[in-house]
Design a protein around this ligand. Structure first.
Ligand code: NAP
Length: 459
């Protein structure tokens, strides 16, 4: 009886995972996607526990309570801004689990043929993803130095270590009885994970995490082949492909070639010498900015990394509310790589309850800019830099941007003339139509809101 139930549960779990990924691709259905994904995972766990192979529930429940004791506080106490490192940590745990299950199965059975091939793939990806994800976690948490660490012949050394791990893996596949080779295989795979990450700058970790997500998924999929578990194959393949697609989308949006990612050579862009020219800019006060906004009919707000740093999203919501109440059309332009992780702006604006339908993606909002009276850029820099479009030799040439320079008036809130992530000057700031609003994003938006409230009270 039980044996006939678990394939049905597995099928329902697989369908839930597919729906979860589909629904998570839009902010309006994302919550539903997360919920159905959780249901899918519950079905998968229940289905697995019903299988006849389970011989001892005691150990499973001990592991369950240890996992919950770690997972629940993380879910409650890690702030939204720490989501990238939290994701890195969960990848590390998943990958370590896959690698250890593989190791246990190897020592228990020393299988031959296809099963051993699948185990080696599982453990190679599992071990390297574990250390690489922990390195990514350390860089994002700033417990490890963020700057890229490079040395001569680095790619050569890295490839050499990977090659050695693969060769030993092949030797183990050919004769699994040579158990003394296994610790060498494990250490080389773990070492490769560390070396893969050290040349990459901290700010590039989100892209790396998407790729590590893919590796962890492929490791789980290989485990599915080793254990003849179809659900693991499906879930791992979904994880592997979605992580890979996300990494490709992020590379495109940042105008990086994918081979850069594969060879771990990216992140060096931050070391580029920062040059900002001494040209005059026009600046304005909060009072002037409030007057300009109040006179507009159509306003587009462009949030960026600085909004996240300042945690200005709640004040922005207030600004949205007060402008909307005064009959002004307000929308938020969302660039795919604004901030430092995919969906960074969406998550923060959702936290502040900004209505989803006011968040407009880049391709949809770009044709709107010529009809926009005022664009208010808040802590965004690279994603609105016209150099990407007009300066052929710029480091960001070809990167898709929000065409804010086409609006009637542009106002930019930032603290100084410092560049953004790409380390380059922004011609937008020197245009006649641009007003610089110097200050911290949260403090400046608060002042604008105060001024607008005063106007509203007076009118
Ligand atoms: P950005 O180009 O990094 O610029 C952020 C700006 O915010 C800076 O110029 C800074 O200027 C300002 N800022 C910082 N703290 C502030 C504060 N407290 N108040 C006001 N302003 C503040 O940001 P972006 O336009 O969002 O572009 C994102 C960049 O990150 C892109 O180059 C993208 O390729 C890269 N990236 C994104 C991801 C992702 O997944 N989203 C991943 C990796 C890399 P001041 O110092 O003068 O204030």
């Amino acid at each position: 009886m039980m044996e006939s139930i678990f394939p049905v549960l597995y099928l329902l779990a697989s369908a839930s995972f597919i729906l979860a990924i589909k629904w998570m691709s839009s902010p309006t259905t994302a919550r539903r996607g997360v919920f159905v994904g959780e249901i899918g995972m519950l079905l998968a766990v229940v289905g697995t526990l019903l299988r006849a192979e389970v011989v001892n529930y005691q150990w499973i429940f001990i592991a369950f309570f240890i996992g919950a004791a770690i997972g629940v506080p993380i879910a409650y106490y890690m702030p939204m801004t720490a989501v990238p490192q939290r994701t890195a940590f969960s990848h590390a745990c998943g990958a370590l689990a896959a690698a250890l299950i593989g190791a246990a199965e190897y020592y228990r059975q020393k299988p031959h043929g296809v099963v051993m091939i699948a185990l080696i793939v599982e453990m190679l990806l599992g071990f390297l993803t574990f250390t690489a994800s922990m390195m990514a976690f350390g860089k994002l948490q700033e417990t490890l130095p963020q700057r890229p660490i490079t040395f001569r012949g680095q790619n050569f050394v890295n490839l050499g270590i990977l090659l050695a791990a693969v060769v030993i893996g092949v030797m183990l596949i050919l004769s699994p009885e040579r158990t003394w080779l296994f610790p060498i295989f494990a250490v080389l795979s773990l070492a490769f994970g560390v070396l893969l990450i050290i040349p990459i700058g901290g700010a590039d970790m989100p892209t790396v995490i998407a790729l590590l997500n893919s590796y962890a998924g492929l490791s789980a999929s290989a485990m599915g082949f080793a254990f003849d578990n179809k659900l693991l194959i499906v879930a791992g393949a979904l994880d592997g492909s979605s992580g890979f697609i996300l990494a490709v989308i992020m590379c495109r949006a940042m105008n990086r070639s994918f081979s850069n990612v594969l060879f771990g050579a990216f992140g060096t862009i931050q070391t580029a010498v920062t040059k900002t020219t001494e040209r005059p800019v026009r600046s304005a006060s909060a009072e002037e900015a409030a007057e300009i906004l109040d006179a507009a009919r159509k306003v587009v707000i462009v949030p960026g990394y600085g909004m996240a740093v300042a945690q200005a999203q709640h004040k922005l919501r207030e600004l949205h509310d007060i402008l909307t109440k005064r009959g002004i059309e307000v929308s938020f332009a969302i660039h795919p790589v604004a901030g430092r992780m995919p969906g960074h702006m969406n998550v923060l604006l959702a936290e502040a309850d900004v209505p989803y339908d006011r968040l407009i993606e880049m391709d949809e909002i770009n044709p709107e800019f010529p009809r926009t009276d005022v664009v208010l850029v808040i802590g965004a820099n690279d994603v609105v830099n016209p150099a990407a479009r007009f300066t052929a030799n710029s480091p960001i040439a070809g990167m898709p941007i929000l065409n804010v320079y086409e609006a009637q008036t542009v106002m930019v809130i930032k603290r100084s003339m410092s560049p953004g992530f790409a380390g380059i000057d922004n011609d937008l700031y020197y245009m006649d139509k641009t007003l610089m609003l110097f200050g911290d994003a949260k403090a400046f938006v608060s002042s604008i809101v105060k001024e607008l409230n005063a106007v509203a009270a007076g009118s």
